[in-house]
Design a binder for this molecule. Sequence first.
Ligand code: PEP
Length: 253
Amino acid sequence: MRKNIVAGNWKMNTTVSEGVELAKGISNAVSNGINNAETGVVIAPPFTHLYAVGEQINHDKVCLAAQDCATEEKGAYTGEISVAMLKSIGVKAVILGHSERRTYYGETNETLLKKINLVLKNDMKPIFCIGEVLAQREAGKHFDVVKEQIESVLFTLSADDFKNVIVAYEPVWAIGTGVTASSEQAQEIHAYIRKLISEKYGTEVADNTTILYGGSCKPSNAKELFSQPDVDGGLIGGASLKVEDFMGIVNTF
Ligand code: PEP
Protein backbone atom coordinates (compact mmCIF):
# COMPACT_ATOMS: atom_id res chain seq x y z
CA MET A 1 0.00 0.00 0.00
CA ARG A 2 1.07 3.58 -0.54
CA LYS A 3 3.26 5.45 1.91
CA ASN A 4 2.15 8.44 3.93
CA ILE A 5 4.63 11.28 3.52
CA VAL A 6 5.11 14.70 5.08
CA ALA A 7 7.50 16.88 3.07
CA GLY A 8 8.82 20.28 4.11
CA ASN A 9 9.48 22.85 1.40
CA TRP A 10 11.65 25.48 3.01
CA LYS A 11 11.57 27.73 -0.09
CA MET A 12 14.05 30.66 0.13
CA ASN A 13 14.20 30.72 3.92
CA THR A 14 16.90 30.31 6.60
CA THR A 15 20.63 30.86 6.50
CA VAL A 16 22.82 27.76 6.25
CA SER A 17 23.43 27.63 10.01
CA GLU A 18 19.73 28.12 10.77
CA GLY A 19 18.88 25.43 8.24
CA VAL A 20 21.35 22.97 9.74
CA GLU A 21 19.82 23.54 13.20
CA LEU A 22 16.30 23.03 11.82
CA ALA A 23 17.33 19.86 10.00
CA LYS A 24 19.10 18.49 13.08
CA GLY A 25 16.01 19.16 15.18
CA ILE A 26 13.79 17.29 12.72
CA SER A 27 16.26 14.44 12.26
CA ASN A 28 16.65 14.00 16.03
CA ALA A 29 12.90 14.05 16.60
CA VAL A 30 12.31 11.50 13.86
CA SER A 31 15.24 9.30 14.95
CA ASN A 32 13.99 9.31 18.54
CA GLY A 33 10.88 7.62 17.26
CA ILE A 34 8.52 10.45 18.10
CA ASN A 35 6.71 9.95 14.81
CA ASN A 36 5.02 6.92 13.38
CA ALA A 37 7.93 5.08 11.72
CA GLU A 38 5.77 4.31 8.70
CA THR A 39 5.46 7.97 7.74
CA GLY A 40 8.08 9.18 5.29
CA VAL A 41 9.68 12.47 6.29
CA VAL A 42 11.19 14.67 3.58
CA ILE A 43 12.92 18.04 3.86
CA ALA A 44 13.72 20.33 0.93
CA PRO A 45 16.18 23.06 1.99
CA PRO A 46 17.60 25.62 -0.47
CA PHE A 47 20.44 24.40 -2.73
CA THR A 48 23.10 26.18 -0.67
CA HIS A 49 22.13 24.19 2.43
CA LEU A 50 21.88 20.69 0.99
CA TYR A 51 25.46 19.53 1.55
CA ALA A 52 25.70 20.84 5.13
CA VAL A 53 22.22 19.55 6.00
CA GLY A 54 23.01 16.18 4.41
CA GLU A 55 26.04 15.86 6.71
CA GLN A 56 23.85 16.23 9.80
CA ILE A 57 20.70 14.21 9.19
CA ASN A 58 19.95 10.53 9.58
CA HIS A 59 19.36 9.57 5.95
CA ASP A 60 17.59 6.37 7.00
CA LYS A 61 14.89 8.48 8.65
CA VAL A 62 14.83 11.76 6.72
CA CYS A 63 14.84 12.01 2.94
CA LEU A 64 16.81 14.95 1.57
CA ALA A 65 15.09 16.71 -1.33
CA ALA A 66 15.87 19.65 -3.61
CA GLN A 67 13.35 22.31 -4.59
CA ASP A 68 14.19 22.19 -8.30
CA CYS A 69 16.85 21.01 -10.76
CA ALA A 70 18.21 21.88 -14.20
CA THR A 71 16.62 20.74 -17.46
CA GLU A 72 20.02 19.65 -18.82
CA GLU A 73 22.49 17.01 -17.66
CA LYS A 74 25.64 19.16 -17.61
CA GLY A 75 27.51 21.85 -19.47
CA ALA A 76 27.34 25.56 -20.18
CA TYR A 77 24.26 26.48 -18.15
CA THR A 78 25.45 29.21 -15.81
CA GLY A 79 23.73 29.19 -12.44
CA GLU A 80 22.03 25.83 -12.85
CA ILE A 81 22.24 22.77 -10.57
CA SER A 82 22.16 19.36 -12.23
CA VAL A 83 20.42 16.23 -11.01
CA ALA A 84 23.81 14.44 -10.92
CA MET A 85 25.18 17.15 -8.60
CA LEU A 86 22.21 16.71 -6.28
CA LYS A 87 22.55 12.95 -6.32
CA SER A 88 26.27 13.19 -5.51
CA ILE A 89 25.47 14.83 -2.14
CA GLY A 90 22.75 12.43 -1.08
CA VAL A 91 19.64 14.13 -2.44
CA LYS A 92 16.98 11.52 -3.15
CA ALA A 93 13.95 13.55 -4.26
CA VAL A 94 13.25 16.74 -6.21
CA ILE A 95 10.18 19.00 -6.02
CA LEU A 96 9.08 19.81 -9.57
CA GLY A 97 6.47 22.18 -10.94
CA HIS A 98 5.80 24.12 -7.75
CA SER A 99 3.33 26.90 -8.55
CA GLU A 100 5.88 29.53 -7.53
CA ARG A 101 8.25 28.21 -10.18
CA ARG A 102 5.46 27.96 -12.75
CA THR A 103 4.31 31.53 -12.01
CA TYR A 104 7.53 33.46 -11.31
CA TYR A 105 10.06 31.55 -13.42
CA GLY A 106 8.04 30.46 -16.42
CA GLU A 107 8.16 26.74 -15.69
CA THR A 108 6.28 24.98 -18.48
CA ASN A 109 5.16 21.45 -19.21
CA GLU A 110 8.08 21.21 -21.66
CA THR A 111 10.70 22.11 -19.07
CA LEU A 112 9.04 19.87 -16.50
CA LEU A 113 9.12 16.95 -18.91
CA LYS A 114 12.88 17.30 -19.27
CA LYS A 115 13.38 17.63 -15.53
CA ILE A 116 11.19 14.72 -14.52
CA ASN A 117 12.90 12.40 -16.96
CA LEU A 118 16.33 13.38 -15.64
CA VAL A 119 15.23 12.88 -12.04
CA LEU A 120 13.83 9.42 -12.81
CA LYS A 121 16.85 8.44 -14.90
CA ASN A 122 19.00 9.15 -11.84
CA ASP A 123 16.82 6.93 -9.62
CA MET A 124 15.48 9.85 -7.64
CA LYS A 125 11.87 10.62 -6.78
CA PRO A 126 10.02 13.57 -8.30
CA ILE A 127 7.48 15.30 -6.06
CA PHE A 128 5.33 16.68 -8.86
CA CYS A 129 3.11 19.66 -7.98
CA ILE A 130 -0.20 20.44 -9.64
CA GLY A 131 -3.08 22.73 -8.78
CA GLU A 132 -5.38 25.46 -9.96
CA VAL A 133 -5.46 29.21 -9.28
CA LEU A 134 -8.45 30.83 -7.59
CA ALA A 135 -10.12 32.04 -10.80
CA GLN A 136 -9.99 28.50 -12.20
CA ARG A 137 -11.50 27.07 -8.99
CA GLU A 138 -14.25 29.72 -9.02
CA ALA A 139 -15.00 28.92 -12.65
CA GLY A 140 -15.30 25.23 -11.76
CA LYS A 141 -12.29 24.42 -13.95
CA HIS A 142 -10.07 22.83 -11.27
CA PHE A 143 -10.63 19.27 -12.48
CA ASP A 144 -9.70 20.22 -16.05
CA VAL A 145 -6.60 22.10 -14.89
CA VAL A 146 -5.13 19.24 -12.88
CA LYS A 147 -6.05 16.78 -15.64
CA GLU A 148 -4.11 18.83 -18.18
CA GLN A 149 -1.10 19.20 -15.86
CA ILE A 150 -1.06 15.45 -15.21
CA GLU A 151 -1.62 14.37 -18.80
CA SER A 152 0.99 16.69 -20.30
CA VAL A 153 3.82 15.51 -18.08
CA LEU A 154 3.10 12.54 -15.83
CA PHE A 155 1.13 10.48 -18.34
CA THR A 156 4.02 10.56 -20.80
CA LEU A 157 5.91 8.30 -18.36
CA SER A 158 6.02 4.52 -18.49
CA ALA A 159 4.17 2.72 -15.71
CA ASP A 160 7.52 1.69 -14.21
CA ASP A 161 8.69 5.29 -14.06
CA PHE A 162 5.34 6.56 -12.83
CA LYS A 163 5.57 4.25 -9.81
CA ASN A 164 8.38 6.47 -8.48
CA VAL A 165 6.38 9.70 -8.68
CA ILE A 166 4.88 11.43 -5.66
CA VAL A 167 2.01 13.73 -6.64
CA ALA A 168 1.35 16.92 -4.69
CA TYR A 169 -2.02 18.62 -5.19
CA GLU A 170 -1.55 22.25 -4.18
CA PRO A 171 -4.39 24.65 -4.90
CA VAL A 172 -2.50 27.87 -5.61
CA TRP A 173 -5.08 29.94 -3.72
CA ALA A 174 -4.19 28.04 -0.55
CA ILE A 175 -0.39 28.32 -0.77
CA GLY A 176 0.99 30.72 1.81
CA THR A 177 -2.39 32.42 2.16
CA GLY A 178 -3.60 30.91 5.41
CA VAL A 179 -6.66 29.67 3.50
CA THR A 180 -6.79 25.89 3.46
CA ALA A 181 -8.85 23.72 1.15
CA SER A 182 -11.57 22.01 3.15
CA SER A 183 -11.06 18.31 3.73
CA GLU A 184 -14.02 17.68 1.39
CA GLN A 185 -12.44 19.78 -1.37
CA ALA A 186 -9.11 18.00 -0.90
CA GLN A 187 -10.67 14.53 -0.87
CA GLU A 188 -12.81 15.26 -3.93
CA ILE A 189 -9.88 16.24 -6.11
CA HIS A 190 -7.45 13.67 -4.70
CA ALA A 191 -9.98 10.94 -5.52
CA TYR A 192 -10.29 12.40 -9.02
CA ILE A 193 -6.50 12.39 -9.47
CA ARG A 194 -6.34 8.77 -8.30
CA LYS A 195 -9.12 7.86 -10.74
CA LEU A 196 -7.16 9.41 -13.62
CA ILE A 197 -4.08 7.43 -12.58
CA SER A 198 -6.13 4.26 -12.35
CA GLU A 199 -7.56 4.78 -15.84
CA LYS A 200 -4.06 5.27 -17.24
CA TYR A 201 -1.94 2.77 -15.29
CA GLY A 202 -4.45 0.50 -13.52
CA THR A 203 -5.81 0.31 -9.99
CA GLU A 204 -2.73 -1.25 -8.45
CA VAL A 205 -0.50 1.63 -9.54
CA ALA A 206 -3.16 4.16 -8.50
CA ASP A 207 -3.58 2.57 -5.07
CA ASN A 208 0.16 2.69 -4.54
CA THR A 209 0.60 6.34 -5.55
CA THR A 210 1.15 8.82 -2.74
CA ILE A 211 -0.89 12.00 -3.30
CA LEU A 212 0.04 14.86 -0.96
CA TYR A 213 -2.03 17.93 -0.14
CA GLY A 214 -0.29 21.30 0.04
CA GLY A 215 -1.58 24.75 0.96
CA SER A 216 -1.53 26.34 4.43
CA CYS A 217 -1.39 22.96 6.12
CA LYS A 218 -0.52 23.25 9.82
CA PRO A 219 -0.70 21.12 12.97
CA SER A 220 -4.24 22.35 13.67
CA ASN A 221 -5.74 21.26 10.34
CA ALA A 222 -3.49 18.36 9.30
CA LYS A 223 -5.49 15.71 11.15
CA GLU A 224 -8.72 16.58 9.38
CA LEU A 225 -7.04 16.75 5.97
CA PHE A 226 -4.95 13.59 6.41
CA SER A 227 -7.94 11.60 7.66
CA GLN A 228 -9.39 11.70 4.13
CA PRO A 229 -8.93 8.36 2.36
CA ASP A 230 -7.11 9.79 -0.67
CA VAL A 231 -4.94 12.33 1.16
CA ASP A 232 -1.63 10.62 1.91
CA GLY A 233 0.15 13.43 3.69
CA GLY A 234 1.27 16.94 2.93
CA LEU A 235 3.72 19.24 1.22
CA ILE A 236 4.30 21.89 3.85
CA GLY A 237 5.69 25.40 3.30
CA GLY A 238 5.48 27.88 6.19
CA ALA A 239 4.87 25.28 8.88
CA SER A 240 7.99 23.32 7.90
CA LEU A 241 10.28 26.05 9.25
CA LYS A 242 9.82 25.23 12.94
CA VAL A 243 10.64 21.80 14.35
CA GLU A 244 7.54 21.75 16.61
CA ASP A 245 5.14 22.76 13.83
CA PHE A 246 6.60 20.35 11.30
CA MET A 247 6.74 17.46 13.76
CA GLY A 248 3.21 18.33 14.85
CA ILE A 249 2.13 17.65 11.28
CA VAL A 250 4.34 14.55 10.91
CA ASN A 251 2.86 13.15 14.12
CA THR A 252 -0.66 13.52 12.81
CA PHE A 253 -0.38 10.01 11.41
C1 PEP B 1 4.08 25.08 -0.54
O1 PEP B 1 4.76 26.05 -0.85
O2 PEP B 1 4.26 23.99 -1.14
C2 PEP B 1 3.10 25.24 0.51
C3 PEP B 1 2.20 24.32 0.66
O3 PEP B 1 3.20 26.37 1.27
P1 PEP B 1 2.34 26.74 2.58
O4 PEP B 1 2.27 25.51 3.43
O5 PEP B 1 3.10 27.85 3.24
O6 PEP B 1 0.99 27.16 2.10
